[in-house]
Design a protein around this ligand. Structure first.
Ligand code: SF4
Ligand code: SF4
Length: 437
């Protein structure tokens, strides 16, 4: 089986082993050993939190360079809603679309347009009443991987609909084939990504076999060149014919609450920021949110606008997006027939990942758990992180798994040194008393 690709990577040279990321990783995927961070790939959900917090910029997201679009005969840009809020004083979405064409793209297909179709399909599914409630949004790939790893019992609550990015990619390719007369493989579908989790999801998609996205270019790389293209265009800009692809429903997906609001469900909640997401999932596991119809969860603060590859402050972007809504119709894309198009639906289930279990053998797992608890009881419970593990329990687990030794705990080490020193002292006193000193 091919190795799981992760967008989030470590630049070992720049890492100072400060443990900031160790303490903030929501899945305890990072350890510092021999003065450098290490990411446990099986646990990482590519949330980007370590990129956000590293004071030495030692964590990065692997994305495709914009220049890679030249490898395709015909290029389609997929800008997400969050991109439209990155620019100051920008009230004309046409100028952003024209700017993307000036960068070398042949077409622009807004992810927000696909989001409106996903909203329409979600409403239809909720009305049919066959989904397990509360239904969890399937749009944030970091959240989906978190559920697979830490909350596998909630997988059956996940909405079995492809993300707007995937739906947009599929529809954009079909449209580009019609418009260009080229073969599907000659067309490059290029997503402008706000976060590393979406890059990872393109390589390891959820609910489908293969992603329709060919390249993922970071929003941060596109930002300055698009700004410069728009500034040039603005000098003679009279406003293009209105080519609106989306309404306020699609654009509102960029921030937390937009997707949930568009379900028109009577009871829903939207949580953003990985810690809040974990709190909600824990409450769901305890059956405390059973009265909710729909739960929207975004790993990034304020939603996709808070992705680490964006440039602007997410809360400023939310205000800008809301300002843009004022000029838009409610929605431009709805499913017209009575059935949900198959392009929108998952074709396969997502399975739990057993990366957190101590052993595949239940008896061995119990034995290891008892050992873990015994080691943990010896530790000081300070969760100081100086051992390079995120907590005392995590160090105990690392020891049981054979990845660490007790000597990594500075307090146990000090106890050992103190014990050796006091036994040497008593030996010295003893020999003095015997008149040997
Ligand atoms: S935050 Fe993590 S990656 Fe960054 S320097 Fe500290 S230990 Fe290294
Ligand atoms: S991307 Fe998220 S899950 Fe992965 S190592 Fe960084 S903080 Fe942990």
């Amino acid at each position: 089986m091919a190795e799981y690709f992760h967008s989030v990577t470590l630049d070992t040279e720049s890492c100072r082993g400060c443990i900031t990321c160790v303490k903030r990783c929501p899945t305890e995927a990072i350890r510092v050993r021999n003065g450098k961070a290490q990411i446990t790939k099986e646990r990482c959900i590519d949330c980007g939190e370590c990129i956000r917090v590293c004071p030495h910029h030692a964590k990065h997201a692997v994305t495709d360079p914009l220049a890679a679009i030249k490898g395709f005969k015909y290029k389609v840009a997929l800008p997400p809603p969050s991109l439209f809020g990155q620019y100051k004083n920008q009230e004309d979405l046409e100028l952003i679309r024209a700017g993307l064409l000036a960068l070398g793209f042949d077409e622009v297909f807004e992810v927000a347009a696909a989001a409106e179709l996903v909203s329409s399909a979600t409403r239809m599914m909720l009305e049919r009443g066959k989904l397990k409630k509360p239904v969890i949004s399937s749009a944030c790939p970091a959240v989906l991987r978190l559920i697979k790893i830490r909350f596998p019992n909630l997988l059956e609550n996940v909405l079995p609909i492809s993300s707007p990015m995937e739906v947009a990619a599929k529809l954009a390719r079909e449209q580009a084939v019609r418009n260009s007369g080229l073969k599907p493989e000659e067309i490059g579908i290029v997503f402008i990504t706000p976060c590393p989790a979406k890059v990872t999801a393109i390589k390891n998609p959820f609910g489908i076999d293969k992603s329709d996205v060919d390249l993922a270019v970071s929003s941060a790389e596109v930002y300055p060149v698009l700004l410069s293209a728009m500034n040039k265009l603005a000098k003679n800009w009279k406003g293009d014919a209105d080519t609106a692809q989306t309404g306020r429903t699609g654009l509102s997906w960029g921030n937390s609450g937009g997707e949930a609001g568009a379900t028109l469900a009577t009871s829903y909640l939207a949580a953003d920021g990985i810690e809040n997401v974990i709190n909600v999932l824990e409450e769901m596991e305890d059956n405390k949110l059973a009265d909710q119809d729909f739960v929207e969860l975004n790993a990034c603060p304020a939603g996709c606008v808070g992705g680490v590859l964006n440039v602007e402050n997410p809360y400023v972007v939310v205000t800008r997006l809301k300002h843009l809504w004022a000029y838009l119709p409610v929605s431009c894309n709805n499913i017209k027939s009575g059935s949900i198009p198959k392009e929108l639906l998952w074709t396969k289930d997502i399975k739990p990942l057993k990366t957190l279990s101590l052993s595949g053998d239940p008896f061995e797992a119990m034995r290891m758990m008892r050992k873990l608890e015994k080691i943990e009881s010896k530790l000081y419970g300070l969760d100081c992180g100086s051992c390079g593990s995120p907590s005392c329990r995590a160090l105990a687990e690392d020891i049981v798994r054979g990845y660490a030794t007790e000597d990594l705990c500075i307090y146990l080490l000090k106890d050992k040194v103190d014990a050796v020193r006091s036994s040497m002292l008593s030996l010295k006193l003893e020999s003095r008393e015997k008149g040997e000193g």
